[in-house]
Design a protein around this ligand. Structure first.
Ligand SMILES: Nc1ncnc2c1ncn2[C@@H]1O[C@H](COP(=O)(O)OP(=O)(O)OP(=O)(O)O)[C@@H](O)[C@H]1O
Length: 265
């Protein structure tokens, strides 16, 4: 029987097991050394849950792509634990990597085709994905007949056919002009709000990071380690006008400051 006179015990805010609950990507003290001796990452702890959109910013060569390569299974951590708790992983890279001889429809069907999905099922999945990225009507076009932004939307649609629970983005909009990039940021946010996947996004743009994310992670120069984590308090779906508010500018300033500090430390 508890002693009513005893002081209340203070429960820890979050028990360790709970802290990791729902994480689709869970990195614990991850370090990666390439075979030539380059230490790309050091002591990285990172978690992404369903419904979280985490963006990583950091100086060139700090190991951001390496982080995604581990998440996608292309590399293994040298030490530490890198867990991905879903088989439904989508990737979008800076280059749309479309097959030039295939139509939009055939490019979007490619991943489902490689997975052995039946013709009717992949046609329907492609139709839905093409609609989601607003490319209905362009199904018969070849990649060379599309703009850079449209090609990137085809690449997004191709990943969407597998209904990813964890979505990895390696600077997908880095090569696009500002207006197209902002437009695609809004498209991506719309998808995120609708699908509630776990997102891990890499960019060099602090403003893009703050606009897209529920959390921004700042990495130091190589070997990359996490030097700052910022929760983004703005509501989803995000109002594009938010970019012009003092709160947004203040957060962009804080993240930029951490980036500069991490670069020089
Ligand atoms: N296969 C490899 N073998 C050896 N070193 C590599 C390999 N891939 C990357 N590196 C090195 O590891 C470090 C991290 O590379 P990574 O591509 O992850 O950085 P990044 O932050 O994505 O760079 P950027 O922002 O310029 O794209 C760099 O110094 C890079 O030269």
């Amino acid at each position: 029987m508890p002693d009513p006179a005893a002081p209340d015990t203070v429960a820890p805010a979050e028990a360790p097991a709970d802290a990791h609950r729902g994480a689709l990507l869970d990195f614990d003290d991850v370090q990666l050394t390439y075979p030539n001796g380059t230490i790309a990452l050091s002591g990285v702890d990172l978690m992404v849950r369903r419904g979280e959109f985490v963006t990583v910013v950091g100086p060139s060569g700090c190991g951001k792509s390496t982080l995604l390569r581990i998440a996608s299974g292309l590399e293994s951590a040298t030490t530490g634990i890198a867990e991905v708790r879903t088989d439904h992983v989508g990737y979008v890279f800076q280059d749309a990597t479309l097959l030039p001889w295939r139509s939009v429809q055939a490019n979007v069907e490619l991943l489902a085709e490689l997975r052995g999905h039946g013709k009717a099922a992949r046609k329907e999945a492609a139709r839905k994905a093409i609609e989601l990225v607003s490319l209905t009507g362009f199904e018969k076009h070849l990649p060379r007949q599309l703009s850079g932004g449209m090609r990137m939307r085809v690449s997004l649609a191709r990943s969407l056919t597998l209904d990813p629970e964890l979505f990895l983005f390696d600077e997908p909009f880095g090569a696009l002009d500002e207006i197209t990039r902002e437009y695609l940021n809004d498209e991506l946010l719309r998808l995120f709000v609708e699908r509630q996947f776990a997102g891990l996004f890499i960019t060099h743009s602090v403003s893009e990071a703050v606009y897209l994310s529920t959390k921004v992670v700042v990495m130091s120069g190589r070997p990359g380690r996490i030097v700052g984590t910022f929760d983004v308090p703005f509501d989803m779906p995000r109002d594009p006008e938010i970019r012009y508010t003092p709160e947004y500018a203040a957060l962009v300033g804080e993240v930029s400051h951490a980036l500069r500090e991490g670069h020089t430390s």
